[in-house]
Design a protein around this ligand. Sequence first.
Ligand code: AMP
Ligand code: GLY
Length: 421
Amino acid sequence: MNILVVGGGGREHAIIKKLKESKKVQKIFALPGNGGMASDAECVNIGAKDIEKIVDFALKNAVDYAVVAPDDPLVLGCVDALEEKGIPCFGPRANAAIIEGSKVFSKRLMRKYGIPTAKYEVFDEKEKALSYLDSAPLPAVIKADGLALGKGVIIAPTREEAKQAVEDMMGAHKFGASGDRIVVEEFLEGPEVSVLAFTDGKTVKPMVSSMDHKRALDGDKGLNTGGMGTVAPNPYYTEAVAKECMERIFLPTIGAMNAEGRPFKGCLYFGLMITKDGPKVIEYNCRFGDPETQVVLPLLESDLLEIMLAVTEERLAGTEVRFSDKHAACVIMASEGYPGSYEKGFEITVPDELREKVFFAGAALKDGKTVTSGGRVLGVTEKADSLEEAIEKAYSDVERIHFKNAFYRKDIGQRALKAGK
Ligand code: AMP
Ligand code: GLY
């Protein structure tokens, strides 16, 4: 089969590497992909949001199946557009991708169907939000309704900061139309767990759990990023917690989407917080997480393409989704300065024997060399029998990969290690 993967980050590289293991796969196109993954897929310079061009490319290149990985094209209806032309896809249609595309939608869904989440209020007028914040509990969590590149959530410890966040979103339109409506919600506490789940709208098959490290600096300090590293499985996701999540969150969410006439097919990402009152949903994403995918898929033992096809054809119940019981750790190497401004264009050197363990994100090809072109440059994933060993191996790989201004957290997985003790 000829497969098209929409997207160009580390997550897409991890998906592509896994798909390559499938006997059915003949050719993989990545739109746009990135220079670092050029040996694994044919990268075509079409942007992930350029839906018309994506459809046109798929039709002209005998694409049999498309995997739409990032949130933007999913929310914009890339799957709908491809399916309309007869190309089967992995990923939700726009009317289901709204579960990530609108926080107001997802909060209302959870309230309506009794799915545990933080208490909240919705505002579409700045003045009302500001006056609510005069007496709201602190810290206050302010969220832009729409997509905001993962930057639309502000945790404000003081009233001044909370009000500033509202001014930025609703007054200065920092996130464009995404901030015209906001959610103000209760601050929850507890360890966070990411669970990605395959679902065909009938059956849910969760993947191995994982833990992200969102802050830029060691000790969970500094600015929020797209994620600086991940480990899997997440030690806080015990069997008892998993059972509770399945009964109170996963199945009710799939049922709720069906009841709303928005069946969700694809990978549904549950961002969970394990509070003292049990697991609660922090956020839904309509896609694989990045960099969660870089630890989850390397642990997948079943054929990814077979699972994806089963999701599309709504026969997931009869399809095996098996994970190894090993541990995985992924360390992201970024450009110094990320998530703020940074320099790019520096040559990246990766020893040949590490190539299979590296997932490229902000990398480009220039004069036959791989160079840095983004904030998160690449991720290195190692697997081992223990988490400790996986972390150690990943960091020893990092020492052997070089580019100017490389920056990475030194403590990926440390919190998870402590949880087990
Ligand atoms: P999100 O973009 O919704 O994943 O939010 C980004 C991060 O903000 C999450 O991973 C949490 O660490 C944090 N966060 C979001 N909502 C809450 C909340 N209600 N209480 C505490 N932390 C939160
Ligand atoms: N790593 C968080 C996300 O993919 O949204």
